[in-house]
Design a protein around this ligand. Structure first.
Ligand SMILES: Cc1cc2nc3c(=O)[nH]c(=O)nc-3n(C[C@H](O)[C@H](O)[C@H](O)COP(=O)(O)OP(=O)(O)OC[C@H]3O[C@@H](n4cnc5c(N)ncnc54)[C@H](O)[C@@H]3O)c2cc1C
Length: 502
């Protein structure tokens, strides 16, 4: 048996570095493994990344976070999903809710019964069967009440939060749990050429931090995984052409909406993320179709309130490292790749990388089989999210600008083409191993972007139309009544925020 590791070194202290430090300091406690983190205030962090998806509850549980404390510390709000405006066509909007639609009828999925009812003339929209959608559209949010059999079993939520406060919160927790932090710029990365393993990071002032396992959380630069280990980057720009963003905060204007808004623009899209104390805004675009100056002007012209900071420009290339784990280096966060924030998946991918690492934690033998399995599982998740994002761009009727004409002409990966074709025929949803987004998410975006099935599952005919209508009406009634009984989102946030305040 190989001896266990004794030193884990985390290079970088953005959200990725501090999420890793928080999780490892919890999970490795009692093992004697020392955790060190190096960050450079001079270099700074990317400073965005403020909308999340429901699996974040699992991460918070893993690190032992109390929800009230967390929302207070990060000036957070609640997120029930994303409203997509003008994506399918101008003037159209749809909601991608967290949680799911309705209840399955035995073995027949709920949406097949809904499609059957539509074919019989029932005009109730899909959103009428989603508690998260109804609550969001009415500006309501309450924490789930009731167990697995209640309507809350179909409800899902996540958070919006201030990225800077989030990193500070995780840092304070991690340091309290024994993580040693070094401030300084990494100047040299020492490598044992004979085995291709990193041995130490040397800071500009000469300090040397030795380790057994290194997490590369250095952001887009990928100092260890790219520059030292030479792991190639798979460029996905031919599928997801956006490569720039400009972000600017505005003051909070009225009560926060319990959802993110994404508005399609001529050469990309604009986000709006409401926090307690401000609104995060940004414009993601492709530099082949607009300029930085025009993109910034468009953002500034489309804000709810005056900016309270300078616009920040960011550049990226969508894609991922071929293997996030090479030798004794594991890339976590932006160093491992980037998928634009359309479905708020980057922080989740950090969480996933950390969870996978804990499941496949190495010893000094660094078993190549463990590394290969980690890389296979990580790639699988990235690839399924990639497909989900591409769907938003290619299933559109927009053709009035060169950008949208370009998107419409994109040839999707076979995996996505098959999924769309199958759904368009009979509403069936092909599930893929590792799919982060469940059927209800695919359904929301496929229907929302105008992919309407020609038919439905023939087994839905096993229920007589009258009976089906009755069941569907009852579902809608319970959901509508529950949504109407939820408190306004602003009130829930306020109550939580003031909970326990002196
Ligand atoms: C426009 C945009 C919008 C986004 N929106 C969302 C969103 O809504 N939801 C979401 O989940 N994600 C979003 N993301 C992604 C999210 O911001 C990142 O996944 C997250 O912040 C993690 O970044 P990071 O820690 O990997 O990198 P960074 O924040 O860049 O941190 C890198 C760290 O490495 C350190 N470092 C680098 N080089 C050195 C060196 N030589 N020496 C010492 N230290 C060094 C830096 O000081 C810093 O501490 C968005 C990203 C972009 C670009």
């Amino acid at each position: 048996m190989n001896p266990p590791l004794s030193r884990v070194v985390i290079a970088g202290g953005g959200s990725a570095g501090w999420m890793a430090a928080a999780a490892l300091s919890q999970a490795l406690s009692g093992t004697g493994i020392a955790i060190t983190l190096v960050e450079s205030e001079e270099i700074g962090t990317v400073g965005v990344g403020e909308a999340t998806i429901p699996p974040i509850h699992g991460f918070n549980q893993m690190i032992g976070v109390d929800e009230t404390e967390f929302v207070k510390a990060t000036r957070g709000t609640f997120k029930l999903g994303i409203e997509f405006v003008d994506w399918w066509r101008r003037g159209h909007r749809y909601f991608h809710p967290f949680g799911r639609y309705g209840d399955d009828f035995g073995l027949v999925p709920f949406h097949q019964q809904w499609l059957a009812a539509r074919a019989e003339g029932d005009s109730a929209p899909l959103g009428a069967y989603s508690l998260s959608t109804l609550a969001a559209m009415n500006g309501r949010f309450g924490l789930p009440q009731g167990g697995g059999n209640s309507v809350y079993a179909t409800y899902g939520y996540a958070y919006h939060f201030d990225a800077g406060l989030y990193a500070a919160y995780l840092r304070q927790r991690s340091v309290a749990r024994g993580v040693v932090r070094h401030e300084g710029r990494i100047a040299v990365v020492h490598l044992d050429e004979s085995i291709g393993h990193v041995t130490a990071l040397q800071l500009e002032d000469g300090r040397r931090i030795a380790g057994d396992l290194f997490l590369d959380c250095t952001g887009f630069r990928g100092l260890l995984i790219g520059e030292v280990m030479g792991v190639p980057y798979q460029d996905w720009s031919h599928w997801l052409p956006a490569n720039r963003a400009v972000a600017v905060p505005t003051a909070a204007a009225g009560p926060p909406t319990p959802y993110t808004r994404s508005i399609a623009r001529d050469a990309g899209w604009q986000w709006r993320i409401p926090l307690q104390h401000r609104i995060g805004n940004g414009h993601v675009f492709c530099d082949g179709f607009t300029s930085d100056a025009a993109a910034e002007a468009l953002l500034l012209d489309n804000l709810d309130a005056a900016p309270i900071g300078e616009p920040r420009h960011l550049r990226f290339t969508t894609g991922r490292r071929e293997t996030p784990w090479a030798g004794n280096v594991i890339a976590v966060g932006l160093s491992s790749g980037f998928l634009e924030p359309l479905e708020s998946t980057s922080l989740h991918l950090i969480q996933s990388a950390i969870t996978l690492l804990l499941q496949w934690f190495p010893d000094r033998g660094f078993d190549p089989g463990v590394r290969a399995e980690y890389n296979r599982l990580a790639a699988r998740e990235w690839d399924t999210i990639r497909d989900f994002l591409i769907l938003h761009y290619i299933a559109t009727e927009r053709d009035e600008t060169p950008f949208w004409r370009h998107c419409r002409a994109i040839t999707p990966p076979d995996s996505l083409a098959e999924k769309i074709a199958m759904f368009a025929r009979n509403g069936r949803l092909l599930a893929r191993e590792g799919d982060l987004f469940m059927d209800s998410s695919w359904l929301a975006v496929l229907m929302g972007q105008g992919v309407v099935p020609q038919g439905h599952d023939s087994l839905a005919a096993g229920i007589p139309p009258n009976h089906r209508r009755k069941i569907l009406t009852a579902m809608r009634t319970v959901i509508a009544e529950t949504a109407a009984g939820l408190p306004p989102h602003g009130k829930t946030v306020e109550q939580l925020y003031s909970a326990g305040q002196g």
